[in-house]
Ligand binder design. Structure first.
Ligand SMILES: Cc1cc2nc3c(=O)[nH]c(=O)nc-3n(C[C@H](O)[C@H](O)[C@H](O)COP(=O)(O)OP(=O)(O)OC[C@H]3O[C@@H](n4cnc5c(N)ncnc54)[C@H](O)[C@@H]3O)c2cc1C
Length: 444
């Protein structure tokens, strides 16, 4: 595709960054063509950005001006679901929720569930090491990648990992490729671990009159050695916004909500649910609502999934951050976010995966207002500093891309960045694979 309209459509992604026009957009329909495209780009020194659903929030699919965007949305085959050895083999463009549904129809479970799962792809999930609501108990995408095949810059198909539960042959190349954000190779096939689904689940809402109490309850549940499948939080601003967006019967006067699901064997579920309830009450929850049927359970999780779209409707620009801290530091992080919001007089709605320390402070603003945007940039800077000061990380799941590349040295240090830059230079000497993302040649 070379028309201006098509190129414009692939010039940006879900990050709040200005787009860049590629020279051409290509859509390979099979492995052979994908490999040829990679080789052609390398032979001609053309920067190449692979794109799955384009839902990443860090500018990972914004192309280099004049470069090539390679779409994977014609490579959508689920090649195998193996019920004996519990794995699936997929092409990179398979949509996450479609794989999860197909796997479920075989009586198995693929847990990673990013909020974008109905549109994001497995290739994009692996390249970003995507997380989601079930990360607390079930882990994130990296915990399910058994192996993969990718094209190197020469168009050679490199195999990493395999179909066995254990595999220690050679360097752990699939470990290196997970989270590589399209900078080290182009995935052609991915082998994913599947697990048996939990037999039962219980969802509940815990309602609090103070954010501090809710965040202390999160820390107490984890310290109580209970591992919910999902432990999410919403602050008052987010609760009210979600309720206005789609009525779910949320208590709009609550300071904070915890949305919790425990799953597993029915006896364990009953036990865990009772203990979670006790801990929430000990931490001043004013009310506990337990979903009594699938309809009520769906309503709780729909409300949680509505958080981002509901907030995003309020202002022209919505900056979704994902600085993450160790779970015990959640109360401190929440307090810091409140101070930052007051200091810069910014509207920040906070929700997210509190159980794994991965909150999503969401700044609502208008990027065209230069004065306010300056305040937003300063606030983001302070959020990162604060998370790092609490032994946290710049990104729990959204990746670095273009958005956070300049901050990386603060977290990992110069030696680590240099090491990564040397790996990138060795496997991609012409710097054609998603240049300027994550590891920049000159950002050490
Ligand atoms: C509403 C919303 C909710 C979200 N919720 C979550 C969440 O809960 N958890 C979470 O982790 N993220 C979340 N995200 C972020 C995003 O959906 C994830 O990062 C997702 O993994 C991106 O998948 P994608 O297919 O859209 O990839 P893209 O955005 O197309 O690409 C992402 C990166 O992967 C690379 N890539 C894509 N395909 C390949 C390939 N075949 N080979 C090599 N590299 C490749 C790209 O070059 C790019 O660097 C959310 C985003 C939105 C908009």
């Amino acid at each position: 595709m070379t028309s201006e309209t098509d190129r414009y459509a692939y010039s940006y992604d879900a990050a709040v960054l200005d787009g860049e026009m590629p020279a051409i957009v290509v859509r390979p329909e099979n492995s052979e063509t994908l490999g040829e495209v990679v080789k052609l780009c390398n032979d001609n020194g053309l920067p190449l950005t692979v794109r799955g659903g384009g839902t990443n929030l860090s500018g990972g699919t914004i192309p280099k001006p004049g470069g090539v965007v390679v779409l994977t949305n014609s490579m959508t085959k689920i090649l195998e679901i193996n019920e004996e050895d519990l794995y699936a083999v997929v092409e990179p463009g398979v949509v996450t929720a479609q794989l999860a549904a197909q796997v479920a129809s075989s009586g198995l479970f693929y847990p990673p569930d990013p909020g974008s799962q109905t549109v994001s792809t497995i290739g994009g999930n692996v390249a970003e090491n995507a997380g989601g609501l079930r990360g607390l108990k079930y882990g994130v995408t990296k915990d399910y990648v058994m192996g993969l095949e990718f094209f190197d810059t020469g168009g050679n198909l490199v195999k990493a990992g395999g179909k066995t539960v254990k595999c220690v042959t050679g360097l752990n190349l699939s470990g290196l490729m997970v989270g590589s954000e399209g900078t080290l190779g182009v995935f052609n096939k991915i082998i994913l671990k599947l697990i048996p689904p939990p037999q039962a689940a219980k969802s509940m809402l815990a309602i609090f009159d103070s954010v501090k109490a809710a965040s202390e309850a999160v820390a107490a549940i984890i310290a109580g050695k209970i591992l919910p499948a999902t432990l999410e939080m919403m602050d008052n601003f987010t609760i009210r916004t979600v309720e206005n967006f789609r009525r779910a019967g949320l208590p709009t006067d609550a300071a904070a909500l915890l949305l919790i699901e425990v799953d597993g064997h029915p006896a364990q579920v009953a036990d865990d649910a009772a203990r979670v309830e006790t801990i929430c009450r000990e931490n001043d929850a004013r009310e506990l609502r337990v979903a009594s049927d699938q309809h009520e359970r769906n309503a709780i999780w729909q409300a949680r999934r509505d958080a981002l779209p509901a907030l995003a409707k309020l202002k022209p620009t919505c900056v979704l951050e994902d600085a993450t801290v160790p779970r015990s530091k959640i109360p401190a992080m929440i307090e810091a976010l409140e101070l930052i919001s007051k200091k810069y007089q910014l509207t920040i709605g906070t929700f997210g995966h509190a159980g794994d320390g991965n909150l999503h402070p969401t700044i609502l603003t208008d990027k065209r207002d230069k004065k306010e945007w300056e305040k937003v940039e300063n606030a983001i800077d302070e959020i990162f500093d604060c998370a790092l000061g609490l032994d946290g990380t710049l990104s729990g799941e959204h990746g670095i891309g273009m958005a956070k590349a300049k901050f990386m040295v603060r977290e990992v240090g110069k030696a680590s960045l240099d090491y990564a830059t040397r790996i990138k230079a060795a496997v991609d000497p012409k710097n054609i694979l998603n240049p300027e993302k994550m590891v920049r040649r000159n950002n050490g």
